[in-house]
Design a protein around this ligand. Structure first.
Ligand SMILES: *[C@@H]1O[C@H](CO)[C@@H](O)[C@H](O)[C@H]1NC(C)=O
Ligand SMILES: *[C@@H]1O[C@H](CO)[C@@H](O)[C@H](O)[C@H]1NC(C)=O
Length: 398
């Protein structure tokens, strides 16, 4: 009889997986169709179009989180650093975690599993920033059919690890995000004040009024550049030996250039830089998150981190020495050392073990309303029904 139970469970998990994949493909296709409809109807109104695209962005994460809730539910525990984040920044409202993060921010974190960014995107959603997320991805992902087109509409930034090209992609991608958020960019019908022969665009940065913001943004970054694994840990250690650095125990050495460039480019509008340390329950010190929570484990075995811990602290942009490479390197290594120590505690105690009086803690479900997704997925249905209706009246009924 036990065999029967086990088999039923397996069949159920496989059915769940097939449903999730189908829902994901259907969902993404309908989001892309919605984007195309918005593009058709807002040709002359870039602001309306941007609101439409942002809606499909919010819908995408709402779809993804709803699928995860179905196949691999998790809880989240958020602790905030008392010295940099005021008490009450994270709170519960109707049972959901909400927050009041700064509306123009960079969020960076340690990288353990491929889907870390889903948790950071969720984190932004608690401050109503789910439609304003920007991610940096490998250039090869740009050419995935349908997905790639959708992500380009999201203005995600694609990098090829060739600095000459990447520098321009970062400069122009982040430059226009910053300009738009200040009302000096393409969405306000402004033109660049200058452009380089190599294609770099420059926007007006005179008279910045930080109280006047137009388009919020949240840029998600992983300075380690890749997820922690036996392989990347070894490479990181070799690099540390070469550059006279001490490798960390629980995180990889961070790369300097990406984060530094991002802070420099967004600086005119940037209000806060958030450093997040993520710990997943069920991962031990000598294990690798990505191996424990591989997609097949999540889908087939229903394995998911029961509790995701996120510790958050904030930096004022003016306190980050980003104009001096050496100072910035020191600063980031310091941040990473503290992250390493936090992770060490996490592996020993199963939490970051902070003073609950000082470091405010909020716990809740990892979930997001499916409504944004359900709402946008109606657009294609309405559009095609209308099209069919017109065709019917014009051609078939005659
Ligand atoms: C940190 O905690 C102390 C003691 O509870 C409190 O007085 C102080 O205002 C807190 N700091 C911030 C930034 O919230
Ligand atoms: C991410 O982690 C997994 C599991 O440890 C590993 O197999 C994979 O190679 C890592 N990814 C990269 C890009 O190194």
């Amino acid at each position: 009889m036990m065999g029967l139970g086990e088999n039923l469970f397996k069949i159920w998990r496989i059915a769940l997986m097939v449903m999730s994949v189908a829902l994901l493909l259907y969902g993404v296709t309908s989001l892309v169709v919605t984007q195309i409809i918005f593009k058709l109807f807002c040709v002359n109104n870039s602001v309306k179009l941007q609101h439409g695209i942002n809606l499909t962005k919010r819908s995408f994460i709402s779809l993804l989180i709803s699928i995860l809730v179905m196949v691999a539910p998790s809880s989240v525990r958020i602790t905030t650093d008392n010295t940099s984040i005021s008490k009450g920044t994270f709170f519960k409202s109707n049972g959901n975690i909400k927050s009041t993060l700064k509306k123009r921010n960079i969020i960076f974190a340690n990288h353990q599993i491929y889907t870390d960014w889903v948790f950071l995107w969720w984190l932004s959603s608690t401050s109503n920033l789910a439609g304003n997320i920007f991610i940096i991805l490998k250039k090869s992902l740009e050419s995935i059919p349908v997905f790639g087109y959708g992500m380009k509409n999201y203005k995600f930034i694609f990098l090829s690890r060739k600095w000459a090209q990447d520098e321009i992609a970062l400069h122009n991608g982040l430059g226009s995000i910053d300009a738009d958020s200040r009302g000096e960019g393409p969405l306000s019908n402004k033109k660049p004040i200058h452009s380089d022969p190599d294609g770099k665009l420059y926007w007006n940065t005179a008279d910045v009024d930080k109280s006047q913001y137009h388009w919020p943004y949240s840029l998600i970054l992983f300075p380690e550049g890749t997820n922690l694994s036996a392989n990347t840990r070894q490479k990181s250690a070799a690099y540390a030996a070469k550059t006279d650095k001490v490798p960390f125990q629980n995180v990889l050495l961070p790369h300097i250039t990406g984060l530094r460039t991002a802070i420099q480019l967004l600086k005119p509008s940037l209000e806060a830089v958030y450093d997040i340390t993520i710990g997943y329950s069920g991962v031990k010190k000598e294990e690798y998150g990505e191996l424990v929570y591989r997609l097949p484990n999540i889908f087939i075995k229903g394995k998911s981190p029961k509790l995701v811990d996120m510790h958050i602290r904030a930096f004022n942009v003016t306190d980050i020495p980003c104009d001096d490479e050496e100072e910035f390197t020191k600063w980031l290594y310091n941040v990473w050392q503290e992250k390493d120590d936090l992770m060490e505690t996490y592996y020993k105690k199963g939490s970051f073990d902070l003073d609950p009086e000082l470091d405010h803690s909020v716990m809740g479900k990892f979930e997001m309303s499916p409504l944004p997704f359900l709402f946008t997925s109606l657009f294609p249905a309405i559009f095609f029904s209308a099209l069919f209706g017109v065709a019917y009246l014009l051609f078939i009924k005659r």
